[in-house]
Every structure is written in C-alpha cells, then in structure tokens.
Design a protein around this ligand. Structure first.
Ligand code: F6R
Length: 608
C-alpha cells in the first residue's frame, strides 16, 4: 500500500526519487520521505502529507545531495500518519536507512527482543524493527545482514536499504510485495511499479519472492536466500510515458474514463482472429472445459463487481453455474472447490493481498486458475495457471474505470470462447455475439460522446448526503459498481440495492428528494423495474433512470433519464457503467473532493 523507489548512479538522486514518488503517490499519500548517502553519512527528509510538501521541504531535492538514495510514500497501517512514522527509518548508529512496503506481522515480538537488547525505537511502525535487525546482524557484510534480517520477518515486504559504509549501493529484498528493478546505463533503479521507472528506462527485472539484489550504478546482482546468484531475464516495459501522464485532463480519472474505448479495443482485438476467439495464453481445451462443473469468480471491490456483472453472461452462454465470492470472504470460507472448479481471479494491480490469499487457498484444493490482470509480471499473474492480461495501460486514479471495463472485456471473450468450445451456443449465435462484442468499443465511445449532460445532472444531484442505486440482475451488478464509484470519490453515502428487495426494508429510507439512480436496461424485466421506480417515486424520491436509447416508456416515471446505446444485454455493463463513472466524477468535482486520491484509500491494497 506504499510506494518505494531507489536510485544509484551519477546524477543527483533526490530529484529522481521525488519524481518517482510523484508517480507512486497513488499507492499511498499520507506522508513521504527520502534518504541519501553523501560523504559517508545518511541524511533523511520526511514530511506528513503529499510529495509536494516533501519537494518544498527539500527545495526540490537540491538541499539533499548524493547520488544514491531511497524514497517512500506512505499509506499508514501501523502508527498514524506523522513525520516520525514516515519512512525512511534509520538505525540507531546512523549506518542504515530503509524504506518498506508491506506489513511485518511478527513486529511485536521483534520489537520486544530488540528493545531488550537496547535498541531505541522512534516510531510506532512495524517497519522500524527491520532497520534495527540490520544493525544487529551487520558484521561488515551487508548482503549477509539483509539475508539474516529477512529470515526473521514474517509477513510481506518490498525492502530498499542504503548503508553509509557502501555509499554507491542499494540493497533490496522482496516477499509478497511488488518490486521491480530498472536497468539503466551507468545508473540503476528500483520501484514498486513501472510507472516510476518509465521516464528513465524501459528495461526491467522482476524480482521474485525470496530474492535479494545488490544494485550498483554499473550492475545488478540477484541472489537467492542461500546467497547463490540467480540469472534474471531483462524484460521490456511496454507502457509509455504519455500513458502514465494526465495528457491534458484535469484528473487521471477523467483521462482513464475517456481511454475506455481504446483500452477495451486493445484488450479484445488481438484475441479475435478470423472470426474466432483465440486465448493463446491458456490451454482451455474442450475436454477440460467440459469437465468443469462450477466457475468461481473471486476478487475485491470493483474487480469483484465486474465478476458479478459477467456472471450473468457466462451462465447464460455456457450454462455452467458461476459463483461470485469476495476474496476476503472466500479465503476463510473453507470453500467447496476441487479439480472440477475453474477459478477466475480478477485484479487490476495483480497485487491485492486478499485476492492472492483466496487464490492460493483455491489452488491448494485443486482448482485451475485463470487470472485477469492489468499489471504484467504482477504476483497474481505469476501465481495463476494462466494470465489473461487486460491491455488497459497504467491506471493511476485510485478509483478504477478502465480496469473494470477491460475486466468485463476479457470475461466476455472468455464466455464466448467457452460457449463455442463446449457447444452451448450455436455458430450463428456465436457469430452474432462476436460482432456485437467487436462493436462495443464504438458503443462505449458513443456513450461518452452523447453524455455531455451528465455534468448538468451532477449539478442537480451533487448536494446530497445519500443516494440509492437500484436495478435487477446485470443492472443490479452495475448498480453495485456505480454506487462504489460515487462513495469512494465523492464521500456521499450511496447504497446499491436489488430493485425488488427494496420493499423488504430499505424503502423505509426513501424520503422526499432522495436521489435514486435506477438502472433499467434489461427489456425482459423492464416492467418489474418500472414498478420499483413508481414505488420510490410515490415516497418522494427523485429518480434518475438509465436506459437504452429509444426507450421512451421511462420518461413518464423518471425525473431525469440518461440514455446509452442499445447493445446486447449480455454486454450492457460495458456501456451502462460509463455515465455512472462520469456522474461520480462530476459530483466529486463539484464537492471539491480529491478525485484521484480519495481519502483513506490506496490504489494497490497489498495488506489484508
Ligand atoms: C474501486 C477500486 C477497488 C479495487 C480493489 C481491487 O474503484 O479500484 O475497489 O477494484 O481494491 O483492486 P485490484 O483490482 O487491483 O485487485
């Protein structure tokens, strides 16, 4: 949940660290710091708040000279956001400074042990035990000290270390937290993700759990726990700098909303060849798919809601039961999973701790796992039997938009692919739906283009403490995601409800002018949702309905109507969600919220 970065080379390290931290700020932003080795001593600058404060404190890094350093942007877990709890943390003898992303689960016992040995703690963090362990184990060999220290840690960590005795080197270690090494010429880097590296290098080494690296300006040496050298492949980073910048938009979220037609197309187009769906990354044979008696989809947050929406598509087309389960629940549920279960894991970041744990649990029970992931080389992608990437490009705004729609894209591909393989749909139906799927990027674009009035609707509805989102079946699944978008960026209480369930309790909360966003896309159950709209209207609600173009039935019952293009109901989530993302965006903007970095949240939730 934090971002870490490191540099060693010939340039001043501070400005590079600060730039890297700005790119990583979405991972956590309650405090930040840098540490530099210069003239055989370590100097540290730390502040509460954003990287901008750190830039101010360090005079954009100019006041902190040195060509080797580490940086950190924090999302607090142990200890409140404060200057003292901010990283880097320094050893008592001033020899080591470290940055850490992850959680040290056994820090209490280590804290007691180190305190008994005379080490003095400055902060309330779990991280600080690491730097004191380093000091304790250091007998002139830093590699050994790092390895001995790591062996004492339980939990997750991506660790960056500098030592005053070895002023040109960085030491890193990884266990269950993302860490990427950037390979330059006469300079090298490490970071929590590639966004912090792409301005400097496109060559990367993905460190595995249990590996360590010693990084100097000239070379990167990777070792295993036994200090044996490990040969690592250098991978090419394909994301470009433009993609990781705002490109003229006021917020990353708006830019990412606008990118959805392109991202959806980039995800489906390479997998449709000569009228067939090709999922080269998997080995889903007809025999295997026929042996599957249950599909379980697991994920967290929006990724989970993408699974909820696609459940209807998969079940309708493949006639296989699909169970959607929150990863944080599934991991402790003693799930009924065996080798006839296909597990689909959804994750934009590929690093979500609960999702990883649920996946491991299901794998251990024999399930085959497919991961639908955006970040190449991420933990979930590597753990899965097969990874199907969503080619959305870097998603920076904390609230996901293109991550969600591209997850839908892969799930739609998967549904059609499986249905065709097992013969649960006719060739004619397959061809019709494939044509509909290929048309979706254009329909998403049309949805964006024709919804300029969303801003006007936001002006009408933004000043509210509470809202409801209702719908049935897929519309309900989309309501869940629409409400989450509203909550997380505008801080308005937004409750999503299955429309037919309102009268079993929730309708008591409907009062004069309470906004109710009603999703009415599915023609087959239109009449049913319309009656629910009438019920809430009768209790004074202001209804903002969302439906397909040409459905005029709704005008007489709703206060306002958002129209989106008509697509097959099996794929409607991909267009219906767009105006809801835009509504949340404009409502948050009118409420002057920090849209890209909502309070209390972080982009990548690498802790339980
Ligand atoms: C909401 C949002 C989160 C994520 C969730 C899972 O806008 O972004 O709910 O969907 O934290 O994250 P990933 O997809 O990275 O596993």
């Amino acid at each position: 949940m934090c971002g870490i970065v490191g540099y060693t080379g010939v340039q001043g390290a501070s400005p590079i660290l600060l730039e890297g931290l700005k790119k990583l700020e979405y991972r956590g932003y309650d405090s930040a710091g840098i540490a530099l080795v210069n003239d055989g001593t370590i100097s540290i600058a730390k502040v509460t708040g954003r990287i901008a404060n750190l830039c101010e404190k360090t005079n954009d890094g100019k006041d902190y000279p040195g060509t080797t350093g580490i940086g950190h942007t924090r999302w607090a877990t142990h200890g409140a956001p404060s200057d003292t709890n901010a990283h880097p943390h320094m050893s008592n003898d001033g020899r080591f400074a470290i940055v850490h992303n992850g959680i040290i689960e056994n820090y209490m016992s280590l804290h007691d042990e180190l305190t008994a040995k005379g080490y003095h703690f400055e902060s309330e963090t779990d991280t600080e035990v690491i730097v004191h362990l380093l000091e304790m184990y250091y007998k002139g060999d830093i590699r050994k000290a790092v390895i001995k220290t790591s062996a004492r840690l339980q939990g997750s960590y991506a660790l960056g270390v500098i030592c005053a005795d070895d002023p040109d080197k960085l030491y890193v270690a990884r266990e269950a937290s993302p860490l990427i090494l950037g390979v330059g010429v006469g300079e090298n880097f490490f970071a929590s993700d590639v966004t912090a590296l792409v301005s400097y290098t496109r060559n990367a080494i993905y460190l595995e759990d249990g590996e360590f690296a010693e990084i100097s300006p000239e070379e990167i040496k990777v070792f295993d726990v036994a200090l044996q050298p490990v040969n690592k492949k250098i991978s090419r980073i394909v994301w470009d700098i433009q993609a990781a910048e705002k490109g003229g938009y006021e917020h990353f979220m708006l830019k990412e909303i606008m990118e959805q037609p392109r991202a959806f197309k980039a995800t489906i187009a390479p997998r449709i060849k000569e009228g067939e769906i090709v999922l080269d990354e998997t080995d889903l044979s007809k025999e295997y798919l026929e042996s599957v008696n249950k599909i379980v989809i697991t994920a967290c947050g929006s990724a989970y809601y993408a699974g909820c929406a696609a459940k209807y598509t998969i079940e309708k087309l493949c006639r296989v039961p699909v169970i959607t389960e929150l990863a944080s629940e599934l991991r402790y549920a003693d799930p009924l999973i065996d080798e006839h279960t296909l597990l689909i894991v959804l994750s934009q970041s590929g690093e979500t701790a609960d999702t990883i744990a649920a996946m491991k649990e299901c794998k251990s029970r024999g399930a085959k796992t497919i991961a639908i992931v955006n970040v190449v080389g991420s933990t979930i992608a590597k753990l899965a039997d097969h990874a199907l990437y969503t080619w959305a490009g870097p998603e920076i705004a904390v609230a996901t938009t293109k991550g969600y729609t591209t997850q839908l894209a892969v799930l739609y591909l998967f549904s059609l692919y499986t249905a065709k393989k097992i013969g649960s749909i006719s060739d004619e139906e397959f061809n019709r739906l494939l044509t509909a799927l290929k048309a979706l990027p254009k329909k998403i674009q049309e949805t964006i283009d024709t919804n300029s009035k969303i801003h006007q609707l936001a002006i009408k509805y933004y000043d509210n403490k509470s809202m409801f989102f209702i719908g049935r079946n897929t519309d309900y699944a989309i309501a869940l995601e629409g409400a989450l978008k509203m909550k997380e960026i505008s801080y308005i209480h937004a409750e999503s409800y299955a429309a037919g369930e309102l009268k079993h309790g929730t309708i008591a909360l409907i009062e004069e002018h309470r906004p109710v966003v009603a999703l009415c896309y599915n023609e087959k159950i239109m009449e049913k949702t319309l009656s629910n709209i009438v019920e809430v209207k009768a209790r004074g609600a202001d209804v903002l309905a969302l439906t397909y173009k040409g459905n005029h039935q709704i005008v007489s019952v709703a206060n306002d109507v958002i129209y989106v293009p008509k697509v097959d109901t099996l794929f409607s989530a991909a267009v219906e969600i767009i105006p809801l993302q835009m509504l949340a965006y404009y409502v948050a903007k009118l409420n002057e919220c920090d849209i890209d970095k909502p309070k209390n949240l972080a982009k990548s939730v690498t802790v339980e």
